[in-house]
Design a protein around this ligand. Sequence first.
Ligand code: CA
Length: 232
Amino acid sequence: MNRPVLIVEDEADIAEGLRYNLEREGLPVVVAETGEKGLAAALDRANPPCLVLLDLMLPGMSGTELCRRLRREPQTRRTPIIILTARGSESERVEGLELGADDYVTKPFSVRELVARVRAVLRRADESSSPVYEDARLRVDFENMAAVCEGVEVKLTRKEFALLAALARRPGRVATRNQLLDEVWGQQYYGDTRTLDVHIRRLRQKLGPCGEAIETVVGVGYRFTGFSSSDG
Ligand code: CA
């Protein structure tokens, strides 16, 4: 049997709208109205979710607290999480991503867009352990620390490669500035956005035509979009 998508959302209208559309896509759904129920459903060994859609504004246990708990439990550590956040609440979004959410969608959202995000996150969950990222134009070999754009090798410093790898290991997902600083430079660099921005600029330059694979997400961080086959 297919594992369900777990929706943790106290607003019944939104939860039911999501249920209807996901079920229509052939994805079974479980709805929990509180964080506590969501945690229990996520840890249900008989019916573990393939993905959690998590509203951050919940009565009782907050969405961010639930996100933290899910990332701590061995059983749900790798379960993809998409958070639903209020428009304009950048700090909430950043916090959710730093707690380990895979992606976010801002309310009010289009259900079609959300379903597409769910599909994309589920697809990537299968691919994320791969030793190589490859698309129509760009190839990043994590083990051999090699990047090739349109058949030409790109010469990168260790830090530049580490930054590219940190991004390309989560294609389509937003990486916050602090996540990137932590992964590439270590925690003592938290908040040192200048270092990060300088390296991103240099990395984009060196990648030449493939520099577009790195998108700026204003106020949050960067997203590695890569290139679909239709791009080139
Ligand atoms: Ca809510």
